[in-house]
Ligand binder design. Structure first.
Ligand code: NDP
Length: 293
């Protein structure tokens, strides 16, 4: 049976460590990192995410600025807010919660965020820095969290075969770039990939970021592989509630893999912890202060 990677516990440790570093910055450097989160509309899942982000930002000792705008907000209005936040010296990180309403072009908004405050790591400059390996950009939170779990469990990833299923800009592509940076041999699969089960069976590290519940079956997994399930799928229950499940058939995979992340409680909790990590990093870089240990 695979060892189950406890992302919830790892994320709690990471948040506690960030909290200690923030306390040192406040005491020794006299500033408190600030994170601004912008929510447009009333999407219920986004509301929960934003509430959790604000609560964990405060818990880590940082300042949380919340901006809630109505669903009918026009693009110029949102752009104006982003520009105000870019210019606000108390704001070190800016996160615009996705998805945005249809009248707003998400790319226009994300491209307007100051790359030094782009704690989601979605700005093309940060994506480019990750791809070229030059300089110090900000890395998207979910793949960064997945990589931290992998390094914690496996140590040196050099030379391992990694297959990333999914090629989105927010998970699949940056995950592949991060694994390449670790000297893995990386293959990125997507909806047009042929012979996906065989390809997955070649992976020492298999990352699933698809959005299809239970798609990756036990016999797609190489015995002894490490499986990172990024998928978060809501399955409706007969009583009207919903159950969260990943992209991997957990019951099958757990009998084949050596290590596996569960859903929930695997990669999910790492995302907000890495958002706080990025905010701390952005705050120190912007202010020319060394990141405390
Ligand atoms: P997207 O819908 O943007 O991308 C999905 C990717 O999966 C695409 O590249 C698509 O291929 C590929 N795909 C779809 N169907 C298949 C298939 N049958 N075989 C192989 N590949 C396929 O999703 P995201 O990257 O945004 O998210 C992926 C999952 O991760 C979701 O479940 C999401 O909820 C979850 N997620 C979790 C986060 C967290 O833990 N905090 C954060 C972000 C996402 P193609 O490009 O060809 O269409």
């Amino acid at each position: 049976m695979a060892e189950i990677i406890d992302g919830k516990a790892f994320a709690a440790q990471l948040r506690a460590h960030i909290g200690r570093r923030v306390a040192r910055l406040v005491a020794e450097e006299g500033f408190t990192p600030g994170l601004a989160v912008v929510l447009v509309g009333d999407d219920p899942a986004s509301q929960v995410y934003v509430r959790n982000k604000a609560a964990q930002t405060l818990e880590a000792g940082m300042i949380s600025f919340e901006h809630r705008l109505p669903a009918h907000t026009a693009q110029p209005e949102l752009l104006a807010l982003v520009r105000r936040l870019n210019d606000d010296p108390a704001v070190d990180g800016i996160l615009v919660q996705l998805p945005l309403p249809a009248q707003i072009d998400a790319d226009v908004i994300l491209n307007a965020i100051d790359p030094a405050k782009d704690v989601d790591g979605f700005h093309p400059l940060n994506a480019g820095l990750l791809a070229t390996g030059n300089g110090f950009g900000l890395v998207p939170c979910t793949p960064l969290g997945a990589l931290m779990l992998l390094r914690d469990r496996l140590g040196d990833l050099r030379g391992l075969n990694a297959v990333v299923v999914g090629r989105s800009n927010i998970v699949g592509k940056p995950m592949a770039q991060l694994l390449l940076r670790e000297d893995c041999t990386v293959t990125v699969a997507h909806s047009r990939t042929r012979a996906l089960p065989e390809l997955c069976r070649s992976a020492d590290i298999l990352v699933a970021a698809v959005g299809r519940p239970g798609m990756i079956r036990g016999d797609w997994i190489k015995p002894g592989a490490t499986v990172i399930d990024v998928g978060i799928n809501r399955i409706g229950l007969p009583d009207g509630r919903a159950r969260l499940t990943g992209d991997v058939d957990f019951a099958e995979a757990v009998t084949v893999a050596a290590h596996i992340t569960p859903v929930p409680g695997g990669v999910g909790p790492m995302t907000i912890a890495c958002l706080l990590h990025n905010t701390l990093t952005a705050a120190c870089r912007r202010r020319g202060v060394e990141l405390p240990d």
